[in-house]
Write a protein that binds this ligand. Sequence first.
Ligand SMILES: *Cc1c(COP(=O)(O)O)cnc(C)c1O
Length: 364
Amino acid sequence: MTSPTFAPRIELSDHARGEAERVGILANPGFGNHFTDHMFLAEWTPAEDWHDPRVVPYGPLQLDPATAVLHYAQEIFEGLKAYSHADGSVWLFRPEANGERLQRSAHRLALPELPLDWFLGSIRSLVETDRAWVPSGEEKSLYLRPFMFASEVFLGVRPSQHVTYSVIASPAGAYFTGGIKPVSIWLSEEFSRAGVGGTGAAKCGGNYAASLLPQQEAAAHGCAQVAFLDAVEHRWIEELGGMNLYFVHADGSIVTPELNGSILEGVTRDSILQLARDLGHEVVERKVSIDEWREGVADGTITEVFACGTAAVITPVGTLKWNGGEVTSGDGELGKVTGAIRQALVDIQYGRARDEHGWMTRLI
Ligand SMILES: *Cc1c(COP(=O)(O)O)cnc(C)c1O
């Protein structure tokens, strides 16, 4: 089946915010607080396939209380950023990887796959319409949130026969202000995020819902995030609630937990596999036990730990805490290897380094 033609209708807002208000927001946007003047929408039904692509004024969606997603959580999403370069051009980082992951997530959640040209086209049309909202300056970006949900009004349990796809955009400031400092991580020993055969490898809201109670527990112990173990043996490190993990060893090698069907395949994780090799490190994907983390940090085998994902890029991990103990890697500062990998990545994203792997796509 050929995919339907992508030709979005553009309906401009008659209440777009003025320049002064926008400039004020872009000066200090934070993360996920402010949204641009427009949003993208498209619909799917079995008979019509994907149709009615449109950029419309940003605003609330009106949903019938019996809309399927509100009851059965048939929903998936993506997260990527548009970066403004010094010459005023605007770029995406590996958007086809996000588009392909959205298709894999859709498959697992019994949602229709969005054609890749629709995925890229939806982002392009929204960013072109709201180009004034792409911030420039140190590590700022326009965070893009494509998402898809079951919009059929029906309480029976089966895949929705009406699906809505949308993209919203939110200007984002530098994740770290005042220097990059290691965060503390809480080890969840009671709760798992996902299990083999479940939805862990799909980027779906339900996984996040399952991570919120342990996240609350982490906050109560003074930790920024939760580390989850595998659901069967509670022994193998999987990832954080929304970021993948890496371990830097004293011999220069770098290890990340191998994909096991319940770990989310981060685009940042995948890019670091390549970048760390470019920087001369041996990079290994294998199982990593929680004992290896605890003992490796304690005896110096592991010198740095970091987490990675689109929103924060790379976050150094300092202390791992659990019920009854803790270990701390590093000296409370950003580690050398972590810092070098982070710099290599953001330099490509912001156009300061040569894009040797062809990762960047120009939008404007
Ligand atoms: C999105 C996400 C990540 C990071 O993926 P990136 O593509 O690097 O942003 C990691 N873990 C989970 C659970 C996620 O949802």
